[in-house]
Design a protein around this ligand. Structure first.
Ligand SMILES: [Zn+2]
Ligand SMILES: [Zn+2]
Length: 241
């Protein structure tokens, strides 16, 4: 079996326990701290430290899966499989961090992401207005949000759309796909030419989008601390649209 670890890629013999009351092989691997690439054919496993390390590299250094592969491959000069469960790992962590670990309940929309800890959220970090003793003025529940976007991130159409799987569809920061698609088809398009010579967002909105699935990304954040609002981020099709 191929074991991918922070120290590189190794070929290791692994025998599973076959006692009558033993767990299934994939669960035995999880107990050893290994994440299989495929749950049915156990050929490649990733250790939990390598997956954590990749998530950190990805977050802080912007390392892509490809680059991370190459680093490990260079460390061992061995073949590296193209199947990495990094997205599934991230998904499992989201479920764990947000308290869905040992329960079979399904997370609601936006429930795998946290909103700003400093902004007041009734029944999270402040009591519901009805439970208040009257000493709290109403304005403390007011929230100010800002909306903005990035018009440079581009996303190409996937080569094999049928292979795409949405793991956290609408349960994290991005909005639900289906609902957004139907909103886009129903929404009326207003063509607005900018008076300003060089207003990028508006000018781009009137340009063709070629082969891109998305030409930008935007959403809401709290105005004071800049934390994104769960289930509020959308892809732009053209400019600010
Ligand atoms: Zn045994
Ligand atoms: Zn805030």
């Amino acid at each position: 079996m191929t074991v991918v670890d922070e120290s590189g890629v190794h070929s290791v013999m692994i025998r599973f326990c076959k006692c009558p009351n033993s767990r299934t092989p994939d669960k035995q691997l999880f107990e050893l701290g290994m994440f299989p690439a495929l749950f049915t054919r156990l050929k490649t496993v990733f250790t939990f430290p390598v997956l954590n390390s990749f998530l950190l590299d990805n977050l802080e250094c912007g390392t892509s899966v490809m680059n991370y592969y190459s680093k490990l491959r260079r460390m061992t000069s061995s073949v590296f499989p193209h199947l990495v469960p990094d997205r599934q790992w991230r998904q499992l962590k989201f479920l764990k961090w947000n308290g869905f670990g040992h329960k079979s309940r399904q997370p609601n929309l936006g429930k795998l992401a946290l909103f700003c800890p400093a902004c007041l959220q009734p029944s999270v970090n402040v009591p519901q207005p009805t439970e208040c003793d009257g000493n709290h003025p109403d304005w403390i529940y007011a929230r100010s949000l800002v909306m903005d976007g990035n018009f440079k991130v581009e996303h190409l159409h996937p080569t094999h759309p049928e292979d795409e799987v949405w793991l956290t569809d609408g349960r994290c920061f991005m909005v639900t796909r289906q609902a957004y698609q139907s909103h886009l088809t129903n929404a009326k398009e207003v063509i607005q030419m900018s008076e300003c010579n060089n207003h990028r967002a508006v000018n781009q909105a009137n340009m063709s989008r070629h082969k891109l699935e998305a030409t930008g990304i935007g959403g809401c954040a709290c105005a004071r601390h800049g934390c994104f609002v769960p289930h509020s981020i959308v892809d732009f099709q053209k400019g600010e649209r």
